[in-house]
Write a protein that binds this ligand. Structure first.
Ligand code: NAG
Ligand code: NAG
Ligand code: NAG
Ligand code: NAG
Ligand code: NAG
Ligand code: NAG
Ligand code: NAG
Ligand code: NAG
Ligand code: NAG
Ligand code: NAG
Ligand code: NAG
Ligand code: CU
Length: 660
């Protein structure tokens, strides 16, 4: 049921709000000058002498120039990529918690674009959320747009295009917000798990401020627009990638067919292609019936996108992070899946991951884990103990562990190289033909991302973090309950009407459609109120969003903009309850009201028949919020709902108001 519509809004009647960040002299500074300064993180001030809570009193300015270039990151194929300030992949943007942030995005591109700050709450700045047609107009080629927001949060985030699937082409950059000094951290727990002491806590504090980010992403030899062209013409969703990159570098891997077929047989895949994909004729890829296989034209699918794999002669240099071999010290790594398709399992051989934050929120884990699974858009922060020998090297792995494809990307963690040691570069070797040369370290997971026993003893099998049970928020932060106010339930059914569309409640929100490019926005409240895929909510109300899935779907990593949600429950079967309270009474084991995960992205459970996911939050930020599947093809395919929250309360600053 849709909620009551509020009266149509006239954007021109909105009044001008106080705006805290004044226009700055650098706003229109010469682009060539700003380029050299851009993303040169000189404003860092992690070691605050004084305690800061939410205000550092400074504004940081960044120019983000998006342009088009060519790159061949996996050695397999040169192709168009987006460059951020001239680089692929983009550098991480570091800021301090409490900073006022101004990011001027310049579209030096042939396609219009916008940038969404993924995970940032945009409290008080809904015009900087970057959703075309909803919070702003598209930035036209040659144009620019200044995003202004305050870094109330801390930890790992990302900025990425929210137009079409441009993110998949490299229009994405990690953002690390260094936490303010006075926050309580979960580091003494981690130190205790490692059998350490206060010295470890101090090391972790220092490491956190210098977090090194690994962006992991699936990669294709065709641009997202080429992929879309195949999708639309063949009427088959392209579901096969060419490689997995770590920080924009990687290697095409073409394992021997015998190896792949063994995997496929073990999993009941049937035939597998040289890229490790299900055959395009598989009913999982291409279901039977009208709108699907009946309307498909397989002849329009190029062989090199699905069937063949050719890494012959490719230059395949792996991303290598060199670390100092200081004994016993800790490194902080951020892991963000900047890709648009495959959930990736991440591990570093022989280095357990002490997870301390997920989606920029501290967590209280119970043990170190060998493997974490990172869906598109999700961010992990981990401490890793650097306790190995000089000159040794360890393989970093990012593996797709999904039904339609098995594939791994590799990187190297290199302790300052000492030639001649057992594990230095000259001794790297390919496991078998078709692989790049890798350090000879002990893996925690195989090519498919499945944990492997480190020895024959069962207890020594590699461990993998379960986000539902193993990472409650730190400090404990139980959810709002019925006693805190009325709760509105919004049920959204995820569906796939045909081979080219994905929908939230049967309505397809066409992000890429012409309607979204015609100049609606900023904060297109009135334009959206009568639109499809819009739920209207008052400000300051508790909302339960229940995502339901019917039939066999991949996990949908549901991402919400604005503030984060509590993941209250998940389960199998149909959702036939009128409230979460009623469902919880019937299935108490499917819920956690004590200390559930706090996230801005979470997977829907997989089921052969039906499943559901229930999340809770309070509307606190008047404006157009969004919840959508973060798989870029599902989002552009239409699996999006706009949540118009207290939209009548929005006061649009003059500089964001539409021209009269
Ligand atoms: C989605 O559809 C279900 C079932 O028809 C309905 O109960 C629910 O209210 C709808 N949700 C929205 C937001 O329209
Ligand atoms: C940014 O765009 C505005 C118009 O919206 C224009 O006046 C300004 O010159 C542009 N600045 C730069 C640096 O491109
Ligand atoms: C804009 O793009 C063109 C070509 O795409 C490139 O030559 C130029 O360097 C870019 N300018 C900036 C400031 O990035
Ligand atoms: C698998 O491939 C073989 C050889 O190409 C073919 O004969 C067989 O029908 C395929 N099986 C399936 C289940 O697609
Ligand atoms: C799939 O659905 C969309 C949206 O309803 C429609 O535009 C498109 O034509 C459909 N495709 C086929 C092959 O029916
Ligand atoms: C594979 O790539 C190499 C190098 O680009 C090329 O020489 C060779 O012909 C390709 N092989 C096939 C089977 O396409
Ligand atoms: C690190 O310290 C441990 C315990 O003191 C020691 O056994 C080990 O050899 C040291 N490793 C290095 C690389 O110095
Ligand atoms: C963290 O978890 C441990 C149990 O693993 C518990 O004893 C402790 O109270 C938790 N701390 C917080 C702040 O939640
Ligand atoms: C909660 O709902 C009840 C019944 O609809 C209503 O009387 C009450 O005013 C609501 N409370 C709040 C805080 O909105
Ligand atoms: C909901 O469905 C389950 C089976 O999925 C059934 O056991 C239960 O009785 C139903 N509950 C209601 C309130 O209809
Ligand atoms: C919206 O609700 C939040 C949470 O109660 C409140 O802090 C905020 O002031 C409200 N915004 C407006 C404009 O009323
Ligand atoms: Cu999805």
């Amino acid at each position: 049921m849709r909620l009551t519509l509020i009266p149509l809004l006239s954007l021109s009647s909105l009044t001008v709000a106080r705006h805290t960040s004044p226009r700055h002299a650098t706003f229109a500074r010469d682009l060539s000058l700003s380029l050299s300064a851009t993303l040169d993180i000189s404003t860092g001030n992690a070691a605050h002498a004084e305690v800061v809570s939410t205000e550092t009193g400074k504004t940081v300015y960044y120019d983000v120039v998006v342009s088009e270039g060519v790159a061949n990151p996996d050695g397999g194929q040169e192709r168009m990529v987006y460059l951020i300030n001239g680089e692929f992949p983009a550098k991480t943007l570091y800021i301090d918690q409490g900073d006022d942030v101004e990011v001027n995005v310049h579209a030096n591109t042939s396609e219009a674009t916008t940038v969404h700050f993924h995970g940032i709450s945009q409290q008080g700045t809904p015009w900087s959320d970057g959703v075309p047609g909803v919070s702003q107009k598209l930035i036209q080629p040659g144009g620019n747009f200044t995003y202004r927001w305050t870094a109330y949060q801390h930890g790992l985030f990302q900025g990425h295009a929210h137009q079409k699937q441009q993110q998949d082409d490299g229009l994405v950059f990690p953002i690390f917000i260094r936490p303010s000094a006075d926050l309580e951290r979960p580091f003494s727990q981690l130190a205790a798990l490692a059998g350490g002491s206060d010295a470890d806590v101090a090391d972790m504090m220092a490491a956190e401020a210098n977090t090194h980010v690994f962006s992991i992403m699936d990669w294709r030899h065709r641009t997202s627009e080429e992929v879309n062209a195949v999708w639309q013409s063949a009427n088959v969703e392209p579901l096969c990638v060419d490689s997995v990159l770590i920080n924009g570098q990687g290697a095409m891997v073409c394992p021997p067919m015998s190896e792949l077929q063994t995997i496929a047989d073990a999993r009941g895949f049937g035939n597998i292609t040289a890229k490790g994909c299900l055959a395009v004729t598989s009913p999982i890829v291409n279901p039977e019936g009208e709108g699907f296989s009946e309307d498909a034209d397989m002849s329009l699918i190029p062989d090199d996108t699905w069937d063949t794999c050719n890494a012959t002669g490719a230059d395949r240099s792996l991303y290598t992070l060199e670390v100092d071999p200081c004994n016993g010290t800790w490194a902080s790594f951020g892991i963000v899946n900047t890709g648009g398709l495959w959930e990736l399992k991440f591990s570093i051989d022989e280095h357990p991951l002490y997870v301390y934050a997920i989606d920029g929120h501290y967590v209280n884990t119970t043990q170190p884990f060998d493997i974490i699974s990172v869906p598109s858009g999700v961010r992990y922060q981990v401490m890793v103990k650097l306790d190995k020998d000089d000159g040794s090297a360890y393989t970093i792995r990012a593996a797709a562990n999904v039904v339609p494809q098995v594939i791994t990307g590799y990187g190297v963690l290199q302790y300052t190289d000492v030639p001649g040691r057992a594990n230095s570069k000259e001794n790297f070797a390919a496991p078998t033909e078709g692989y790049p040369a890798l350090p000879q370290s002990s893996a925690a997971m195989d090519y498919t991302g499945a944990p492997i026993a480190i020895s024959d003893i069962a207890e020594d099998a590699a461990t993998e973090l379960d986000p539902w049970t193993d990472a409650p928020p730190f400090p404990a932060s139980p959810p709002l309950m019925e006693s805190d106010g009325n709760i509105t339930m919004v049920v959204l059914g995820m569906s796939r009407p045909n081979a080219t569309t994905w929908a939230a409640n049967s309505t397809v929100w066409k992000q890429a459609a012409e309607a979204m490019q015609d100049g609606t926005g900023p904060l297109a409240g009135s334009a959206l109120i009568n639109a499809h895929s819009v739920t209207i909510l008052p400000n300051d109300t508790i909302v339960d969003i229940v995502i339901t899935v019917t039939g066999e779907h991949p996990p949908h990593p549901m991402h919400k903009h604005y503030n984060q949600f509590w993941v209250l429950g998940q389960g199998q079967g149909e959702w036939n309850y009128s409230s979460v309270a009623e469902a919880a009474a019937a299935m108490p084991d499917s819920f956690n009201f004590v200390n559930p995960p706090i996230r801005d992205s979470y997977n829907t459970p997989v089921s052969a028949t039906a499943s559901w996911l229930a999340v809770r939050y309070r509307t606190v930020n008047p404006g157009p919020d969004l919840i959508h599947c973060h798989l870029s093809q599902h989002a552009t395919g239409g699996m999006v709902e706009v949540l118009l929250e207290g939209i009548e309360l929005v006061e649009l600053p003059e500089e964001y108001a539409p021209p009269q």
